[in-house]
Design a protein around this ligand. Structure first.
Ligand code: NI
Length: 185
């Protein structure tokens, strides 16, 4: 497996709308290998998720995993999940604010408010139908990753840019101030 280079803000690939995959394309060996490389890359960077545009591939593929992440020791665990062509429906009225970060916006955090209860429909990596509810932290990660497929990064979702912080300042001035989760893809 290969660790790929993560594109950072300013690279136009992060602003493109990614294209859906057909099942036949998904099942190709080259696509399956690419998904393995995405997982390897996410783990190598200690990310909790990665969308294909972040490794300069403009297709609708997302990988996520939270399991004892050293950068997010308090984060709830999320099993390894691969989403192909995900579609999100908001199922609740409540919203939640979380500190988000992004491998494509290195060394920064910002407070983002998003719906905290969603339904996710997608294909799994074998082309099977996936449908599940996600809440709280998991819902935040899914929405953050799905946004990448539409050329959107978390800073576009911030209501108040004054919370945008370098990680060091986040830890120094904000982390103690509240007990909200911090997530980074
Ligand atoms: Ni991201």
């Amino acid at each position: 497996m290969t660790v790929m280079k993560v594109a950072v803000l300013g690279n136009p690939v992060l602003r493109r709308t990614a294209v859906p995959l057909k099942k036949s394309e998904l099942l190709r060996e080259s696509t399956q290998r690419f998904i393995d490389d995405m997982i390897e890359t996410m783990r190598d960077y200690d990310g909790v998720g990665l969308a294909a545009p972040q490794v300069s591939d403009s297709r609708r593929i997302v990988v996520m995993e939270v399991a004892g992440n050293p950068r997010y020791p308090d984060a709830l665990s999320v099993p390894l999940t691969v989403l192909i062509n995900p579609v999100i429906t908001v199922t609740g009225d409540t919203k939640e604010s979380n500190w988000e970060g992004c491998l494509s916006v290195p060394d920064m955090r910002g407070l983002v408010t998003r719906p905290n209860q969603i339904r996710v429909e997608a294909m799994d990596r074998k082309g099977g139908a996936l449908s599940f509810e996600a809440k709280g932290f998991f819902a935040t990660v899914v929405q953050h990753e799905a946004d990448h497929l539409d050329g959107v990064v978390y800073i576009d979702r911030m209501d108040d840019m004054s919370t945008l912080s370098f990680c060091r300042e986040y830890q120094r001035y904000w982390l103690q101030a509240d007990d909200q989760d911090s997530t980074e893809d």
